[in-house]
Design a binder for this molecule. Structure first.
Ligand SMILES: Nc1ncnc2c1ncn2[C@@H]1O[C@H](COP(=O)(O)OP(=O)(O)OP(=O)(O)O)[C@@H](O)[C@H]1O
Length: 310
């Protein structure tokens, strides 16, 4: 569905050129749900804008939904749906008017539009809200309307840019169920996200981008398994002494943390050894690697900190 090679974008600014995307290869198979993950400024939006024909690449090429990005951008546009970060529905319009306008934009006949709109309203739990002004909808309802609008012309490939930003936890969860359902219905989904839990829950496969380059790729589990070991955190007044026993141990006051393979199994023997050398322990925790650990390992930066700042 997506095959991009060496896609790059340079911006020329007064302060000199900015290499926003430095040559990325992206492959997405039909029916896949791929998460595109990276911190602020990593190049996610620029890549997405290139893949959806909104921005011309300065180098590289791509075939998107069977059409050449460079020579047939109109063909690409006809065959993809794009749901941007900002609500695409106009706040001062009624729900039904927005959907009808969008259908006319795609040249869908009145008869087909009526059927398709009814189907999408039902699928996205919006039935009964047709006459409501878009502005009166909840955040979750507005996002679902945006996705419905992106699907009106029946694209097999949908791009979602940070779909759950600014939604409360319950609405996010509901939206995720809808995105999963899209995949179950055979739609290929490419989504950008800041959120590790979103990427973890939704994606079959993740692409991690940083400084305009793909720095990691794999299923969430594959990526997590690349982080070497579980994190063990011990609370002890002898934190510094314990730290001398483990490579890469970090001391923080009366806490010491380090990574060991297969933490759950290794722990009993480890605690016995520490007891034998007279270490007094107040607390013991074992954490499995998270996608944040993966990100930290790959880029030396925490995605969670970055996303909290955003
Ligand atoms: N029009 C532009 N002119 C100059 N530089 C730009 C332009 N658009 C983006 N950039 C720069 O390109 C880099 C990548 O930006 P991009 O918006 O693609 O990142 P992002 O991963 O989508 O970030 P965010 O999560 O904050 O949206 C950043 O350094 C950004 O400042």
């Amino acid at each position: 569905m997506i095959k991009a090679r060496g896609l790059a974008r340079r911006f020329t600014t007064k302060l000199g050129p900015v290499e926003a995307v430095r040559g990325v290869d992206i492959d997405v198979a039909e029916g896949e749900l791929v998460g595109f993950l990276g911190p602020n400024g990593a190049g996610k939006s620029t890549t997405l804008r290139m893949l959806t024909t909104l921005l011309e690449p300065t180098a590289g090429e791509a075939i998107i939904a069977g059409h050449d990005l460079l020579t047939d951008p109109a063909g690409v546009r006809r065959n993809i749906g794009y749901v941007g970060q900002k609500n695409s529905a106009s706040a001062d319009q009624r729900v039904a008017d927005e959907l009808e306008f969008q259908a006319r934009f795609y040249g869908i006949t009145k008869h087909d539009a009526r059927r398709k709109i009814a189907e999408l309203l039902e699928r996205f739990e919006l039935t009964g809200l047709e006459k409501r002004g878009v502005i009166t909808l909840s955040g979750g309802q507005q996002r679902r309307l945006d996705i419905a609008m992106g699907l009106l012309h029946g694209p097999r490939l949908l791009f979602l840019d940070e779909p759950s930003t600014a939604l409360d936890p319950q609405s996010r969860r509901n939206l995720w169920d809808h995105v999963k359902q899209l995949k179950a219905d055979g739609v290929t989904v490419f989504l950008t996200t800041h959120y590790l839990d979103e990427a973890d829950f939704l994606s079959d496969r993740l692409l991690v981008i940083d400084h305009g380059l793909i720095v990691g790729e794999g299923s969430p589990d594959e990526l997590k398994s690349r982080v070497s070991g579980d994190l063990v955190v011990l609370g002890t007044p002898q934190a510094s002494l314990v730290a001398t026993k483990f490579e890469n141990a970090v001391v923080d006051g009366e806490k010491v943390s380090f990574r060991i393979p297969d933490g759950d199994r290794a722990l009993p023997a480890l605690l016995r050894d520490l007891d034998q050398i007279g270490v007094e322990l107040h607390s013991v925790q074992v954490h499995r690697p998270t996608l944040d650990d993966v990100f930290l390992t790959m880029t030396g930066r925490s995605l969670r900190e970055e996303s909290n700042v955003a």
